[in-house]
Design a protein around this ligand. Structure first.
Ligand SMILES: Cc1cc2nc3c(=O)[nH]c(=O)nc-3n(C[C@H](O)[C@H](O)[C@H](O)COP(=O)(O)OP(=O)(O)OC[C@H]3O[C@@H](n4cnc5c(N)ncnc54)[C@H](O)[C@@H]3O)c2cc1C
Length: 487
């Protein structure tokens, strides 16, 4: 099945170069070999042109926030991809920059031999800027492919401002887009093969084994921030797929209840894998559908945006898909369609802008510095434990993320400061940070995709308020507090 047109866009107006050596897939965000429309598209080109396929998967050292935690996770994924591509007639080039700037020119050198360059259409952080700059330098077409989620990001030009309106839209408009990328595109693939020309291999050779194996000594030698150690999760598609299968078979049924309890492993914890593309939302959806014995003909008619009853799956599966599809893809909608200000206060609804402004000068009984927040030195034990989990593990629970953000708003001089602080802490420590869902999460804290709440309070105005005392009454946190106590 051809990749749907709505998922494709050319980033420059350069021609295809059919006489050249290979088709190049520049893999930056969908770092996987399965359920990947970009890989499918690159294979389509290679087959149509009768050319080999080369996949460049690179990791730079000079990107903002590069540290041991992010590098280790990405490298574990690259090593897994190298193993999978090695079994197929595809040349995978895992390149790891060892000195800032060393990687410059590699993409251009490979593109100079390419009939077409295929890339990942991912809508935030430095990725779109990097791709636009590359597109203007190349003399060959750079085509981006959207393999982010079930809803193709550019199938609408409407920016949805509530989950309800987006859900209602999906219930009407999603069915024709429910085509999945290939489950196993490398199986029985028949393509001519190629090797890396000696001049390119000499200058930018494949990542050395100890780096690809993410050996601590090899990572320690890289010019990146070594003060953030690896998190508790191991990267790569293999781990992601195992986690997915365990979640669907053992935990999905309890998701509606267990998902709010940080002391239970009630959620999928797939967000780091979704973020780095080690697993795709389509794959997650396919596994849920298979477990539920669901087929598209079961889909109900639009039910006006109600949370459950549309998919015609179990309530637990529908609750999970509401997060994976409605909330996650609402975040992609924001970043794709507001590329210039998706991470700013400008995206807040009028009520939130007005109320936060009105209360900007309210006295703040607790004002903490960036360092106090980072070191979890506040008066609030639950917040401190949450911050420690972020710093130690590189991931934390949704319910506590909401509380974490609300308190940062309460303890910061302004909403703008709060937004910057959430972004800085998450960029540095969270495996799933720097993602559309990150920005959507910070902005939710400040009132986006939410309504006004009463009573009007200091600092928050009519933006939804949360307190640690209330949270501790609603969910169990005793074990959590003990686990993440100060050391
Ligand atoms: C302040 C704040 C910051 C956040 N930062 C991030 C972030 O940096 N990266 C990130 O991926 N998510 C972020 N979220 C959203 C959400 O908290 C996480 O996606 C979720 O906790 C990840 O855990 P999980 O994979 O176990 O989720 P599950 O409950 O298993 O859900 C499956 C998937 O659905 C998506 N999802 C779930 N909840 C949400 C949500 N509320 N909004 C958007 N997508 C959702 C995620 O991709 C998630 O992996 C943030 C939320 C808040 C309030």
């Amino acid at each position: 099945m051809a990749v749907p047109e709505v998922r494709l866009r050319a980033l420059n107006d350069r021609p295809l170069q059919p006489r050249r050596r290979w088709v190049l897939y520049w893999m930056t965000s969908f770092r996987r070999t399965r359920f990947n429309f970009a890989l499918d598209r690159a294979i389509e080109h290679a087959k149509a042109l009768g050319k080999p396929l080369l996949v460049l998967e690179a990791l730079r050292v000079g990107y903002p926030d590069s540290n041991d935690r992010l590098h280790t996770f990405i490298l574990e994924g690259m090593a897994e991809n190298a193993r999978r591509f090695a079994k197929a007639p595809v040349l995978h080039v895992p390149y790891v920059e060892e000195t800032a700037g060393d990687g410059a020119g590699l993409l251009e050198a490979l593109a100079a031999e390419a009939c077409v360059v295929v890339g990942d259409d991912w809508p935030c952080y430095f990725v779109p800027r990097m791709q636009a700059a590359a597109a203007s330098r190349l003399d060959v077409r750079l085509e981006l492919v959207d393999s982010n989620g079930l809803w193709p990001m550019r199938a609408t030009d409407r920016v949805f401002t509530t989950a309800h309106s987006f859900r209602a839209h999906l219930q009407k408009a999603l069915p024709p887009h429910l085509t999945l990328p290939a489950d196993a595109p490398l199986a029985r693939l028949d393509l001519p093969t190629t090797t890396l020309p000696a001049a390119i291999a000499r200058r930018w050779g494949r990542a050395p084994k100890d780096l690809l194996e993410a050996r601590p000594a090899a990572i320690a030698a890289l010019p990146i921030d070594h003060s953030v150690p690896p998190g508790v999760m191991r990267g790569g598609s293999h781990v992601a797929e195992a986690r997915l299968s365990l979640f669907v078979s053992k935990r999905l049924a309890d998701y509606p209840v267990a998902r709010n309890e940080p002391e239970q492993d009630g959620t999928s914890a797939l967000s780091p894998y979704l973020h780095f593309g080690h697993v795709s939302a389509h794959h997650v959806f396919a596994e849920v559908a298979r477990y539920e014995r669901w087929t598209p003909d079961l889909l109900g008619r639009s039910i006006g945006g109600s949370k459950s009853g549309w998919w015609k799956m179990s309530p637990a599966a529908e609750a999970f898909l509401d997060e994976l599809v409605t909330w996650r893809e609402l975040a992609y909608n924001l970043c794709a369609l507001r590329p210039d200000d998706y991470g700013s206060l400008a995206t807040l609804p009028a009520f939130a802008k007005a109320t936060l402004k009105k209360h900007e000068k309210d006295p703040r009984p607790h004002l903490y510095s960036d360092e106090q927040l980072e070191r979890a030195e506040t008066h609030d034990p639950l917040w401190n434990a949450t911050q420690r989990q972020l710093v130690r593990d590189g991931w934390f629970h949704n319910y506590l993320r909401m509380l974490w953000g609300k308190k940062i708003l309460e303890w910061s001089p302004s909403a703008k400061h709060a937004l910057e602080r959430m972004e800085r802490l998450m960029n540095r420590y969270s495996l799933d940070g720097r993602d559309p869902c990150s920005y959507a999460g910070y902005l939710w804290v400040l009132g986006r995709c939410d309504r006004a709440w009463g009573p009007e309070r200091p600092i928050f105005g009519s933006v939804r308020y949360m307190s640690s005392e209330n949270t501790a009454r609603k969910i169990s946190v005793k074990g959590f507090l003990a686990k993440y106590a100060a050391r």
